[in-house]
Ligand binder design. Structure first.
Ligand SMILES: Nc1nc2c(ncn2[C@@H]2O[C@H](COP(=O)(O)OP(=O)(O)O)[C@@H](O)[C@H]2O)c(=O)[nH]1
Ligand SMILES: [Mg+2]
Ligand SMILES: [Zn+2]
Length: 225
């Protein structure tokens, strides 16, 4: 099928790319490694952020940007209660974060004291893949109850990832989820991507994820000096 290009959409994406490059420069100036956490609603983004804080915040100074479509602050409140600075960003109904929203959130974080920034994108498997934020890596949290066919249905988001987390593996005995089929879809789109099967409920697999993220953070902040 012939690809149809829509000029207005391309202009919006180009403008977003420019701001995302400014964000990237700003974050690297402060030696901050940053990740864009994407997932469908309820996959466990906030749970993973809290579990990551519990494992890493004594070793790596962190900050969090929490994206939501509504004017609510509960995710950022949970992060602050865990002792980490957090800014809640409201998209006013919009279905993804964009680089301008990140730029305004960065101005409210103590960047000089941070080495790692976690961004919780809006729950959505479609457009967050197209809007660069200026973060260093894209991470997707899939979850067992969503089903093993999601790589086949949302290929764009799977293709660009640097790490994939499969959350809620504690539910594998109760949900029909074919791990081989899931891995097949992932390998087809993104061969060799770092893969972490975890449970934010039982803690299984989370130490490996935290160790990997710590090591990427140390490499990232060194290379940006
Ligand atoms: N069984 C199970 N439930 C989980 C797990 N991780 C998160 N949840 C639950 O899933 C729901 C959504 O989690 P949340 O972190 O708010 O997801 P978000 O919308 O992606 O930020 C909550 O009820 C969590 O308690 C897990 O590993 N196993
Ligand atoms: Mg959340
Ligand atoms: Zn959107």
């Amino acid at each position: 099928m012939k690809e149809i290009r829509v000029p207005v959409v391309e202009r919006i994406l180009n403008a977003n790319d420019q701001v995302s490059e400014q964000n990237r420069g700003w974050l690297h100036k402060f030696g901050i490694f940053s990740i864009n956490l994407m997932a469908s609603p309820g996959a466990g983004k906030t749970s993973l952020i809290l579990q990551t804080i519990a494992r890493l915040s004594s070793r790596v100074s962190m900050g969090v940007i929490e994206g939501d479509t509504a004017r609510v602050t509960m995710d950022a409140d949970k992060v602050r209660q865990a002792g980490v600075p957090a800014v809640q960003v409201n998209t006013a109904g919009g279905c993804h974060l964009d680089a301008a929203l990140i730029a305004s959130a960065l101005s409210q974080l103590p960047l000089a004291e941070m080495h790692l920034l976690l961004v919780e994108n809006v729950g959505n498997l479609v457009c967050p893949a197209s809007f660069r934020l200026g973060t260093d890596i894209d991470v997707l949290i899939a979850s067992v109850p969503e089903g093993d066919d999601k790589p086949f249905k949302y290929p764009a988001i799977y293709r660009g990832l640097q790490a994939l987390i499969l959350n809620k593996i504690d539910l594998l005995p109760y949900v029909s989820f074919d791990m081989d089929n899931f891995r097949k879809g992932v390998e087809m789109l993104n061969p060799g991507v770092a893969f972490f099967p975890v449970s934010c409920r039982t803690g299984e697999g989370l130490d490996s994820w935290a160790d990997w993220l710590e090591s990427r953070t140390r490499q990232g902040t060194q290379s940006s000096d």
